[in-house]
Design a protein around this ligand. Sequence first.
Ligand code: NAD
Ligand code: DAU
Length: 353
Amino acid sequence: MTLLITGGAGFIGSNFVLDWLAQSDEPVVNLDALTYAGNLQNLASLQGDARHVFVQGDIGDRALLDRLFAQHRPRAVLHFAAESHVDRSIHGPGAFIKTNVEGTFTLLEASRAHWNALADEDKAAFRFHHVSTDEVYGSLAPDAPAFTETHPYEPNSPYSASKAASDHLVRAWHHTYGLPVLTTNCSNNYGPYHFPEKLIPLMIVNALAGKPLPIYGDGLQVRDWLYVGDHCSAIRAVLARGRVGEVYNIGGWNEMPNRDIVHRVCALLDELRPSGEGPYTRLITFVKDRPGHDRRYAIDAGKIERELGWRPAETFETGIRKTVQWYLDHADWVANVQSGGYRDWLATNYSSR
Ligand code: NAD
Ligand code: DAU
């Protein structure tokens, strides 16, 4: 029994690999291209652990996929690999189409070839679990009900459009070929190993460096926030007990405007690492908005709770405290990811705002 995980050196994927191997002896083959977002340091604690086989490679490489399927014969694929940052998709959408659409297509085809050749019992047990996002549903009016699994797809950014396309491919591979797929659409994650291009880690590392905290537009955009460990437990539940062909929304029942998130992060830093120059909120700077910025996301996570008994274990209060503390305790990790490429990205995204 083996899992093939794609993108397991990224933020959520690495949390999932660590979490999985903390609870199970089932080995993991971790296929990751190690783009700017992939970081083997996240998995340093698994060095020498025979249950973790890391393979650097691209999900678009069919020959490599065929070799991995033949060699390891995974009973499931957990597909995390993606280009994941909305702002980067605005500056350069091509990589998003390549990995999220074409890469998912190639992975589906390789999975289908593997699955087709399995004996009946293994065929029935095989799963292709596609990790997707709430952004495919588009933007909600302030008083509209939260996204359910039947909400129409209305993606608004190149990132969300590419993820929506991948969701549709996964659905079609089930309906047309019978591939036993599961899809989960999750809201904004936060927690350890989150690359500091995204809101929460960017605010923590900028505040600690005494740099501006850039809030896009009026900062009243609303997101639902989920601690990454809860996302991992939800994926485990869906993989184990989810109904084949079904979609499950995953969320934290925790809608918050960006401004409130930034204030909460500042308040925790004031408590845990006071700056001496006054409250961190003094660094907040309102900057030019993200083009096409979705105003509100909200997840109705009722189906996964009713069918699989999953609910998040962390509240935002407990999760964000753990997260801020993790960044304070891992200054070396932060320093390592703030490489030349990271600095180039900050200049690209923020210098003209
Ligand atoms: P991330 O950007 O931190 O990590 C992505 C990983 O995929 C990296 O390790 C990268 O090296 C790898 N990768 C990229 N292109 C690849 C390719 N062509 N072949 C192999 N590996 C490749 O992303 P994340 O935040 O961990 O997100 C993981 C998944 O979860 C994505 O599919 C994303 O759409 C989805 N998701 C993310 C969030 C969130 O809040 N971060 C929420 C919901 C869903
Ligand atoms: O909803 C799930 C999605 O959440 C995932 O699918 C994506 O992979 C993930 O990146 C995340 O997308 P967002 O665009 O919501 O995350 P981000 O952290 O980039 O931004 C969160 C909010 O904060 C958003 O409204 C934009 C705003 N923001 C972001 C940055 C980086 C700022 O105001 N300032 C910033 O500097």
